[in-house]
Design a protein around this ligand. Sequence first.
Ligand code: 3HC
Length: 692
Amino acid sequence: MTAINPVTDLSMDGDIAVITLNSPPVNALSANVREGLFEGFKAATADPAVKAIVLICEGRTFIAGADITEFGGASRGPSLFDVQGMMENAPKPVIAAIHGTALGGGLEVALVAHYRIAVPSARLGLPEVNLGLLPGAGGTQRLPRVAGPEKALEMMTSGRHAPASEALAMGLVDELAEEGKLREAAVAFARRCVTENRPLVKVRDNNTKVEAARGKPEIFEAFRKANARKFRGFLAPEYNIRCIEAAVNLPFDEGLAVERKLFGELVTGSQSAAQRYSFFAERQAQKVPDVPDDTPLIPVKSVGIIGAGTMGGGIAMNFANVGIAVTLIEVQKEALERGLKVIRSNYERTASRGGITAAQVEERMALITGSLDMNALATVDLVIEAVFERMDVKKEIFTKLDAICKPGAILATNTSGLNIDEIASVTKRPEAVIGLHFFSPANVMKLLEIVRADHTSKSVIATSMKLAKQIGKIAALVGVCPGFVGNRILGQRQREAQKLVMEGAMPWDVDRVLYDFGFPMGPFAMSDLAGLDIGWVKERSQGESIRDVLCEMDRRGQKTGAGYYDYDENRNAKPSPVTEKIINDFIVKTGSNPRTVSDEEILERCIYPMINEGVKILEEGKAIRSSDVDVVWQNGYGWPVYRGGPMWYGDQIGAAKVLEKMKEFQAKMGDDFKPAPLLEKLVAEGKKFSDL
Ligand code: 3HC
């Protein structure tokens, strides 16, 4: 074996050269890896004893893409294009042997091999779109040539990782190897290429599939139309589509030039910067400074959930999806049966769309056992309480859990803002108590706010973080304070939205500004969707707020056909003259004068207090780092990914400007806008939010 460089080896298996990359964690195409590939292929190509070349990787995966940390820096060593040229033009067969994931630049490297072989567990994709990018090393021109433009559109704009079986079916992979025997299989394949004198297939020359789509612009128009809502606000999906159009309509090298130009625009733009930041923010959020990687974990093989409502049922599905047994507790038999029925129908809906098989529905349902007796939780490893938000009820439940659950079990609450220290105080094991705040619908929403109370043990924290990843959630660790990180910041926006309406803006004005900013919907549309009567008590309602009046009129949101908006039979919203009159009457009643509120003011008043609250949260140590605040807001509250999150966005505006505006609003409208002391300090020291 010859070491080409610290991350690349070249060895011989008879007359087959094997180039092995080993650059943990994911063999990303750093300068070192590119150099190793370039020099390795150069040496193997020049050696007459070598008849074919296999590229394989050590560790958990094949090349998972370009090294994202290198973007924006000076380029060093051979470029990816140099490497690809060396491989594609090699005068002997080149075989890429794939395990783990071949993603982005990694798949683009595999696509210049003459053949690809993969183990069944491998997955392949071009996920650049999720970083606000497009494949910049020929992937936009080669994938459509292999898989056809329709498939390429779907894969490149979703960033989906296709399983090896699918890759085989679409011709992206030539053969599957037995799991664990990739190297032997790849060498044998290479030997067959030599003995059978197989052609050196260059994907770039294969025009059949792209030519078939030439002169059919409707393919692209239909795709754009079908996905308009999903792509709204994002640049990258449209740029990916344009590259595939170029693949269809232009010769390879001209298509490549389009790719280069559009890649250059995206990689230097603000959206990709925000999306790359988010990629690392999510991973950073998993790291807790005082909870080391080797903290002992508590094995979680069974989970108990108290409450079979929408929340409890959704939480249960997360665990059943990954094969963890769930005991679902309810007080009333009917409620339990209803809860189980909802879970089943959710699974059946997924199955009807092809997401899972009918057998999987049954497997998952079989993992969920209903019970009316809390004693059924005696043996579970983790309990999640998901009943309604009343401290007395939660305390009663935790007192019982303390008596019932086995020593070492984790006792979690799904509260969205109550004091978890107070809940923990009724137990004799506060170290076992933690907040696991799921977002509704819990089987869909990505965020898990993990709330660390005063006495929560490190093992309980480490286990919760690990479990979050296992069930496909993005976790952020936060501290106990009213509303935690997410709802506490939301409170700022909701308050200003309500105030703006009392000053003369209409709900649909506020909603439009926030929708245009990139949120999936504004606060009033959101209230209509959730139901205006959440927390509203008819007997106590005295028409003291706009919401009270709306509920009293039975305008309780979408479910009653009217709320802030009027809805037609398809639930399309229209501004409501009724709501407008209620608002105007209210304004008159309070003796204030309605005024014209600009869109700019709406945006600044909704967003800047959120940023300020984020700073306060950091000041109080309730979030570990500013990017954790962004992770919460992106994944739990629909903050547009291409704007990074409130703290990232704050840095784009500049802390000084945020402070100046907060002070201006404070002078006019009072202490709702009082700047956090840390914001003042930050500006005085010329620092950024990301420094927090
Ligand atoms: N560049 C640099 N670092 C990367 C990386 C990349 N492409 N991909 C992953 N990493 C790092 C992560 O930051 C993390 O670092 P940390 O341990 O210090 O936090 C570590 O590798 C492990 O990553 P994960 O925690 O995500 O590990 P998983 O096993 O859960 O997932 C993965 C592995 C599926 C490969 C996932 O990391 C992933 O999706 N990576 C990004 C893939 C991607 O987007 N590739 C395209 C890059 S852009 C490109 O190629 C442009 C080209 O067209 C020119």
